[in-house]
Design a protein around this ligand. Structure first.
Ligand SMILES: *[C@@H]1O[C@H](CO)[C@@H](O)[C@H](O)[C@H]1NC(C)=O
Length: 212
């Protein structure tokens, strides 16, 4: 085994296991087939409207869901809605999977536990899960989503919101490999929410699938 293969394999194993300290990406990002843009085939989601969180299918409230089908990538854009309710964060489920469904990359400049460069709401905030004014939402299982969570689908999946206490929104849309690559390689900035580079969890030589 070549050294580069070994290093990528080790990174792949690490990134499957858990979020590790993150650096500018040193892994590759596998390009999987994008032969049939992901579409919604059902659900109780809301359609995008100006002013909404970015996304085609808005899964805003507890019990709302979207059924997806296709062969390509999707973006799940996160927003912790702490100004409306804080408490335990019961994350969305991805079920009814047939075929392949993989978490492949994180981007958008931050994960929810990062320290913001200025607070979007309230008088002060230590991270993206709340503010000193409203209180803080806490993941029940150490889940730490990126602002943009990227998944690869070749088949079907249903995404359901389970918020209760700690409120959040997710905006879901079809996305391309090229646009994910550009997101995860976007350089951090000294103001705004671009705090760190994104990360590939789908290195070619890795031991993924990381679907569970
Ligand atoms: C966010 O910051 C608050 C206040 O310091 C802290 O209690 C909470 O654990 C942090 N949340 C996460 C998910 O790190």
């Amino acid at each position: 085994m070549q050294m580069t293969t070994f290093v990528n394999l080790a990174l792949g194993l690490l990134s499957c296991a858990a979020a590790s300290p993150l650096e500018p990406r040193s892994t590759t990002f596998t390009h999987r087939a994008e032969t049939s843009e992901v579409k919604a085939t059902g659900g109780t989601y809301e359609d995008f409207k100006p002013g909404y969180l970015a996304g085609t299918w808005e899964v805003f409230k507890r019990g709302e869901y979207v059924d997806l089908e296709g062969t390509g990538y999707i973006r799940v854009r996160w927003e912790i809605e702490y100004w409306k309710g804080v408490g335990p964060m019961y994350e969305p489920t991805f079920d009814g999977i047939s075929g392949t469904f993989l978490f492949v990359a994180g981007g958008g400049g931050y994960q929810i536990t990062d320290t913001p460069q200025g607070c979007p709401q309230g008088t002060g905030c230590k991270n993206f899960t709340g503010s000193n004014e409203y209180g803080y939402t806490y993941p029940v299982d150490g889940y730490n989503p990126w602002h943009n969570m990227y998944y690869y689908l070749d088949g079907k999946v249903t995404i359901t919101n389970h918020e209760a206490g700690g409120l959040y929104n997710v905006g879901v849309q079809a996305y391309s490999y090229d646009n994910i690559l550009s997101d995860i390689n976007t350089a951090p900035a000294s103001s705004g929410n671009l705090i760190k580079y994104g990360y590939s969890y789908d290195p070619k030589e890795g031991s993924c699938p990381c679907s569970s």
